[in-house]
Design a protein around this ligand. Structure first.
Ligand code: ISL
Length: 548
């Protein structure tokens, strides 16, 4: 065990790598990544010196929302493998000193889940229906939805059932796709099911759970109408004020219960909230001592390329998490957002969830985006707290901005009739070997989303060979972060720099990011930088350096 994985509070400073199973490594050649593919690549991944991996869903699912529509929480979908494959993956991870976090999707199930099928069959007023949010419609004959809520993926958040004889029936709530009915967390039965699900996976050796839509489970009593502010985009999850389906106070009881369930398995199992909650002082409620251990910090991810915005995001995050004794987390990319190597090459980037496609103009400036992405990653890896990486970012992978509409799979694209491109561009299978079929993703070269031909240069084997490549920077920075204990350090802001410079000390290391447009003089002693080696004692624009 390494220092940081052995400790019971390992997560406070951990580097956690997100694996998106369908796009990581495909062992059987069907074009969709799988668990044996992940196990086979784990030794290579562990060379990055990460502490843990987080796996996006691999459960039984009709895959209407890439597995975030779960039809059986306690089994593996055959397209990803079997429970034995999962056990082998966990064993292999332990052998490599890697912890394993899995995704839990408690806001909604798939409409294929037996709980929902039974609820539909049992009819109005039945105990089975009380597990979900079924309601009668409004208006004459109930033809209007029970309220005016809109789905995050576009269109109404309610769908009306039709009885076996063709008669229109009750409506059910789905904050996401029509195939993702929301559970009713006022029902104690739902609580019990999820306690069992947590224990099922904890017994199999998982170290924790990333909790999907952790701010959405409880809805305001009476399900009142709500109209988001006019300038809100459809995918926004952080509308200000009291939104009757986000961040309702009742969610915290659920996480206190889960905290106790995890504690049955020792002090080192964790919950990490995916909660799009603002301001940060409110997000801190999710990480109070008796709730979750971590919450994703989307304020940092959403900060534009501006030194004051980045500084404020860092300072506000540290302060907010500190008030409840929690460590902040940092993240720049995941499977729902435009990859930061492309996002930072656009001004402004598209709103979250909207994505980039063939019709987007102007396209990201790829070289600028990558340069800034490397600079911001190096800055992030110097911060105290936990850091999350998304597969492919260590290769410098950009968003695929040229996916054909016909190849797209994100329900957001279809529910908005193409008005929103959605998230497929960050989900394209990653390249391992430049000259192999499918860049080594799949032995047959098949790929569920097509890989751009020019991705050969991002392939891991090419990156390995590049002394100033992105992969080398990640590896060096993570190793130094660990040796210098930056993850458990503290930020001490440095004064005397221009406003467009982010400059701070963490322990023995000085970190300087040039977010401006002119070169800046550097003090002595570089240990790692986000660009080609520096010439002279000056830091060019869009570069970060660590000095000691
Ligand atoms: O990307 C978005 C909309 O297109 C986000 O608003 C996203 O839906 C939100 O971050 C919640 O995400 C999580 O739950 C969704 C799933 O589609 C995402 O992949 C998951 O990360 C529904 O389960």
């Amino acid at each position: 065990m390494t220092d940081s994985t052995a400790k019971s509070d390992w997560w406070r400073s951990a580097v956690i790598y997100q694996i998106y199973p369908r796009s990581f490594a495909d062992s059987n050649g069907d074009g969709l990544g799988d668990l044996p593919g992940i196990s086979a690549r784990l030794p290579q991944l562990s060379e990055l010196l990460i502490d843990a991996v987080w796996l996006s869903p691999f459960y039984t699912s009709p895959q209407r929302d890439a597995g975030y529509d779960v039809a059986d929480y306690c089994d593996v979908d055959p397209v990803f493998g079997t429970l034995d494959d999962f056990d082998y993956l966990v064993a292999e991870a332990k052998r490599l000193d890697l912890r394993v976090i899995i995704d839990l999707v408690p806001n909604h199930t798939s409409s294929d889940h037996v709980w929902f099928r039974d609820a539909v069959a049992a009819g109005p007023g039945s105990p089975e229906r009380s597990h979900y949010l079924f309601r009668d419609g409004r208006g004459v004959d109930g033809t209007e939805p029970p309220n005016n809520w809109q789905s995050v993926f576009g269109g109404p958040a309610w769908t009306r059932l039709t009885g076996p004889d063709g008669t229109p029936e009750q409506w059910y709530l789905h904050l996401f796709d029509v195939s993702q009915p929301d559970l009713d967390w006022t029902d104690p039965w739902v609580h019990e099911q999820f306690h069992d699900i947590l224990r099922f996976w904890l017994r199999r050796g998982v170290d924790g759970f990333r909790v999907d839509v952790a701010h959405g489970l409880v809805k305001k009593v009476g399900l009142p109408d709500y109209s988001p502010p006019a300038d809100d985009d459809s995918a926004s999850m952080t509308a200000p004020g009291d939104v009757p389906y986000w961040a309702q106070p009742g969610v915290h009881k659920i996480y206190r219960e889960w905290h106790s369930v995890l504690a049955e398995f020792g002090p080192d199992r964790i919950l990490c909230a995916e909660a799009w909650v603002e301001p940060l002082s409110k997000l801190a409620d999710w990480v109070r001592p008796d709730e979750m251990q971590q919450a994703f910090n989307f304020r940092f991810l959403e900060a534009p390329w501006s030194a004051p915005a980045i500084r404020d995001a860092i300072a506000d995050s540290i302060e907010a998490f500190d008030t409840v004794g929690a460590a902040p987390t940092w993240v720049l990319s995941n499977h729902d957002v435009v990859r930061h190597a492309s996002r930072l090459g656009m001004n402004p980037p598209p709103p979250q969830g909207v994505g980039i496609g063939r019709g987007t103009e102007p396209k990201p400036d790829a070289a600028l985006g990558l340069r800034r992405a490397r600079a911001e990653t190096l800055l992030m890896l110097a911060l105290p707290g936990g850091a999350y990486l998304y597969q492919g970012e260590e290769l410098g992978l950009p968003e695929d901005t040229e996916l054909a509409d016909s190849a797209r799979q994100d329900p957001a694209f279809y529910r908005t009739h193409g008005a929103v491109y959605g998230r497929d561009g960050c989900r394209v299978p990653i390249p391992w070997e430049a000259d192999a079929p499918g860049f080594g993703f799949s032995p047959t070269g098949k790929s569920w989303l097509p890989q751009p031909a020019e991705w050969a240069r991002f392939a891991r084997d090419r990156q390995e060979a590049e002394p100033n490549g992105t992969l080398r920077m990640y590896r060096d920075a993570i190793a130094l972060r660990r040796d210098l204990k930056l993850g458990s350090g503290a930020v001490e802001w440095l004064t005397g720099y221009a406003d467009d410079i982010v400059a701070f000390r963490n322990g023995a290391v000085t970190i300087i990011s040039n977010v401006g447009e002119t070169r800046v003089a550097l003090p002595a002693g570089t240990i790692v930088q986000s660009s080609e080696p520096l010439s002279g004692r000056e830091l060019p624009p869009n570069v970060t350096a660590w000095l000691a």
